[in-house]
Design a protein around this ligand. Structure first.
Ligand SMILES: [Fe+2]
Length: 224
């Protein structure tokens, strides 16, 4: 029997940001870069948003959001890896809901609603924004130099507690840190929930920073 007066600390709505490393990165990297080069040749104009103004981006080439329809084998391998990462994140964030399911061996349908690549020119950036119509988002570093650092080519996240403004130590964790930064490394996949505002620090290395992004919706497969 549980003790009704037991002290507890609940962690409500924690923010999960995952980092995963692709063991197949070296095998697919050159093919991915070749695929993107060919794509750019066929589609020389970078994607612009619905207003016709690439307002959130600077000094980069961005593909359309339906890259998964191109059927490239290396890219399909990468999307499988990304999908596994999405399921891992969803299962962690939804642990309580999974425990309450009647089905103890649930299967999931990961729908990649949008996938695209970005090739940044030197100093190119994406300004802070979040993603709509999905539950999880990601960035995968296809190419970046070894000189990448926390302020050079990384991905940063803005804290979601916009009204946290206490000045005492007690509120430090919610107040003092406006951003959280994850360094870019080739073969690294970073996943976060869709509501989180994020952007990229400019990269000043010699190689173009090339990334893949994807948005996902994840649903339970119905048991027949
Ligand atoms: Fe984004």
């Amino acid at each position: 029997m549980s003790n009704k007066n037991e002290n507890k600390i609940h962690t409500m709505w924690p923010i999960y940001i995952g980092e995963f490393f692709n063991p197949e990165h070296e095998e697919i990297k050159d093919d991915l870069i070749e695929f993107f080069k060919e794509y750019e040749k066929k589609n020389p104009k970078s994607r612009i948003n619905k207003t016709g103004d690439p307002v959130e981006n600077y000094n980069l080439y961005e593909s359309q959001y339906n890259l998964h329809q191109e059927k490239n084998p290396a890219f399909e391998k990468l999307l499988n890896f990304i999908s596994m990462g999405f399921i891992t994140m969803s299962n962690n964030a939804n642990k309580a809901s999974l425990t309450n399911l009647d089905n103890k061996d649930p299967k999931f349908n990961v729908k990649l609603t949008e996938t695209w690549f970005i090739r940044y020119e030197k100093g190119g950036v994406v300004f802070p924004h979040n993603h709509q119509n999905c539950s999880w988002c990601c960035v995968y570093y296809v190419q970046i130099g070894k000189d990448s650092k926390e302020k050079n080519g990384s991905t940063y996240f803005l804290k979601p507690y916009t009204s946290a403004n206490s000045t005492d130590f007690g509120g430090a964790n919610y107040t003092y840190y406006g951003t959280s930064v994850i360094k870019g490394d080739e073969g690294k996949l970073v996943i976060w929930p869709n509501f989180l505002y994020h952007g990229s620090h400019p990269y000043s290395g010699d190689k173009n920073r090339i990334i893949v992004s994807a948005n996902a919706s994840i649903n339970l497969n119905k048991v027949k």
